[in-house]
Each structure stands twice: as structure tokens, then as C-alpha cells.
Ligand binder design. Structure first.
Ligand code: PLP
Length: 372
């Protein structure tokens, strides 16, 4: 059942142009490769695009989540609530604060918190909730805010996969107290590694800036720095920012392409009853970073078949409650412990075109014809 060999279609490929190289050369010529002017320029661009007061670049999405939790005061005395289905980084970042990780089952519709379960897990130790916008799909922030009901619990959005995506026409990452994006290679725009924190709160902004730079306030002329709090080094280099400044010019175009590709998959696979492309609310501004699907039947066999035909898909993450550091019984995770086995991502790269998407969809149709 092997089709004619073709060049491999990867799950994702970063798209890098000549402007990135030109910008990086400028930084090299400036002889200031560490954090500096270009970092500031990228932060200004992000602020403008997302309409927020403050943006801070960091070394990664993981670091951004950690710093945001620290900025709202999360410590080992507290609990942080996280959905059971997310990339491990969400929980790893929260673990760095020393807080207890509290996992909550998800709902099938947007893979975010099951709200009834979330409600049950809130207590007087809960300091932060970390909704995750999986594949760029908005988590139920409005409902989460209602549940919190003005209690002193902070919402830190894990918007690692959601740069430029909106929920109810509001940019994801800008709705909670702080929002965290990732600029790693599999994201809409990339700087190799990197992260961004956005917020409208001046205190959180100032705290994040201190925390990412060894607790140092202001500029020094050498060794005469004053460490006002315990901080770290999560600085974002001019070299990374040079790449980001080139990438961000096409953010809107990239988002449009991701929507177009997702719609194409949706259309071409609508007749295949064994598989469903998960919904996105395009009219309210959601942008699908990756095309996620549920295979009601034979997910693993389908993925193997596609791989044999040079098409690389990605299985969903194991739920966190099945991962060694966060291990728990599956009893309280009825949805996540079943659904993850059926979920996967189709190739979602920005360089896909109709021909490639048709090829992939035809393979899927062929597979289910032979594997009823
Ligand atoms: C949902 C989610 N959270 C957090 C991260 C961590 O981001 P980074 O890899 O930049 O640390 C990622 C991506 O890698 C992610 O997909």
C-alpha cells in the first residue's frame, strides 16, 4: 500500500528569509550580540501589534511562564492549576516556583479545563491558573474569570502556540494577568528559541524585568550593580531579536496562510467519517498554528501509514497525569486519558500548498477505505 516515493512532508518547517540574514549581519557589525537595541525594537513591535502596554522578551516560552508566575508571587506555599493536556513545559515551568501542580481534566470541545473540575480544585492555596491555548485555540478564559470571581487568583495564559490568535476578537495572551508566547522553531514566527511576556500591569512588568536580569535595577557602568531581589538570566539577545524583527513583518500573512491551510484540510476531509479536523472559531479571530484532528479509529496505524508515505504527523502529548513527575491515577481524568490516544496533528507548515494537502488527504482517504 506504499505510494510513489515523494519528498518528505514534515510536520513543521520554520520559514526563514533573506531579511533575517541582513538583520543578523547588522547586529554582528554593531558588535553587540547580547540583549540590546534590537531586543527593545522587537518588544515595541509586539506591544503595538497586540495592543498591550508592556512586552518583555525572554529566553523561551518556558522561562516566560516561570517568570510570570514569580511576578505574581507564586511560591512553594501555593498551588498552580494546569490542564491535564498540554506540553510538559507548562507544568515544568510552574514546578520551578516550587508550587504544587494541580492537574484538571479537560473538555472535548477546546481541550481546555473541564470547568466543573476546575471549580473543585480551587482552594485558599491556589495562587494561579494556567490556561493553555492549544494549537492557537482559545481556552475558556471568560468562564475561568467568572469562576475566580475576584478572588486573588492570577491567570497566566500559556499562549505559547497562540501568537496573533484571538478569542472573541481579543488577542490571546492579552486577556489574563500576563500572557506567555514561545518563539521556538515550531511556532508562527521563530527566533530559534525565545519567549515573550505581555501584560498591561506596570508592577508585573517591572518585576519580570528584574527577575530576568539578576534582580538588577537600571544601568551600571560595570561591576557596581545592585541586586535588589534574587533574579536570573533570561535575557534575549540582539541576534535573536534581529531574526524576530524580520519574521514579525510577515506575521499577518503567516496567520492568513495557517487559516487557509486549515480550512483546506477541513474541506477535503469532511467526507471521511473516521476523522475530524477539530474546530476553530475563525470568525472570532482564532488562528490555527497546527491542524489538530481526532481519529475515531486506528490513529497509530494511520500515522504509520502516512509516515511510510513520507508524511510526518505528530501524536498529541501524553496527559500530564501519566508523566512520571506528575503521576496520578486516571480516575479523575476521564476525558484526557481517553482522548489523547485519538488526537494528532497533521503537517501544518507554512510552506504547504493545495497540492501537498490534497496528497495528504487522499492518502488518509485511501487508508480508511482499506481499513474500515
Ligand atoms: C503549550 C506550550 N507551552 C509551553 C511551551 C514552551 O515553550 P518553549 O519551547 O519556548 O520553552 C510550548 C512550546 O514549546 C508549548 O507548546
Amino acid at each position: 500500500m506504499l505510494e510513489k516515493k515523494k519528498k518528505k512532508i514534515n510536520f513543521w518547517e520554520p520559514i526563514i528569509g533573506t531579511q533575517e540574514i541582513k538583520n543578523i549581519k547588522k547586529v554582528l557589525n554593531m558588535n553587540w550580540p547580547n540583549e540590546g537595541l534590537f531586543t527593545k525594537l522587537l518588544e515595541e513591535k509586539i506591544k503595538k501589534i497586540l495592543g498591550v502596554k508592556y512586552a518583555v522578551c525572554t529566553t523561551s516560552g518556558t522561562a516566560s511562564i516561570f517568570l510570570s508566575l514569580k511576578a505574581v508571587g507564586v511560591s512553594r506555599k501555593h498551588e498552580v492549576i494546569i490542564p491535564d493536556i498540554t506540553f510538559g513545559a507548562t507544568a515544568m515551568a510552574a514546578s520551578l516556583t516550587g508550587a504544587k501542580i494541580v492537574l484538571v481534566d479537560v473538555n472535548k470541545e477546546n481541550l481546555s479545563f473541564n470547568l466543573k473540575e476546575l471549580k473543585k480544585k480551587i482552594n485558599n492555596k491556589t495562587k494561579a491558573i494556567l490556561p493553555v491555548h492549544i494549537s492557537g485555540r482559545g481556552a475558556n478564559l471568560k468562564d475561568i474569570k467568572k469562576i475566580i470571581n475576584r478572588k486573588k487568583i492570577f491567570i497566566i495564559e500559556d499562549a505559547a502556540e497562540a501568537l496573533y490568535s484571538k478569542s472573541n476578537n481579543q488577542f490571546l495572551g492579552t486577556i489574563g494577568d500576563l500572557g506567555c508566547f514561545s518563539l521556538t522553531a515550531s511556532k508562527t514566527i521563530t527566533t530559534g528559541q525565545g519567549g515573550v511576556i505581555v501584560t498591561n500591569n506596570n508592577n508585573f512588568f517591572k518585576k519580570v524585568k528584574l527577575l530576568k536580569n539578576q534582580g538588577i535595577v537600571g544601568k551600571s557602568d560595570g561591576g557596581n550593580v545592585k541586586h535588589t531581589i534574587i533574579g536570573y538570566n533570561f535575557k534575549f539577545t540582539n541576534l535573536q531579536a534581529a531574526m524576530g524583527l524580520a519574521q514579525i513583518t510577515s506575521l499577518k500573512k503567516r496567520a492568513a496562510k495557517l487559516i487557509k491551510n486549515n480550512k483546506m484540510y477541513r474541506d477535503k476531509l469532511k467526507s471521511v467519517s473516521e476523522i475530524k479536523v477539530l474546530n476553530f472559531n475563525f470568525s472570532k479571530g482564532e488562528v490555527p498554528l497546527w491542524t489538530d484532528v481526532i481519529a475515531y479509529k486506528k490513529r497509530d496505524k494511520l500515522i504509520d501509514y502516512l509516515r511510510l508515505n513520507n508524511v510526518e504527523c505528530r501524536k498529541f502529548w501524553f496527559p500530564l497525569h501519566l508523566q512520571k513527575p506528575f503521576k496520578q491515577s486516571s480516575k479523575k481524568f476521564k476525558v484526557s486519558s481517553l482522548i489523547y490516544k485519538k488526537l494528532f496533528w497533521l503537517p501544518s507548515s507554512l510552506n504547504l500548498n493545495e497540492k501537498k494537502i490534497s496528497f495528504i488527504c487522499n492518502l488518509i482517504k485511501k487508508f480508511y477505505k482499506k481499513n474500515k
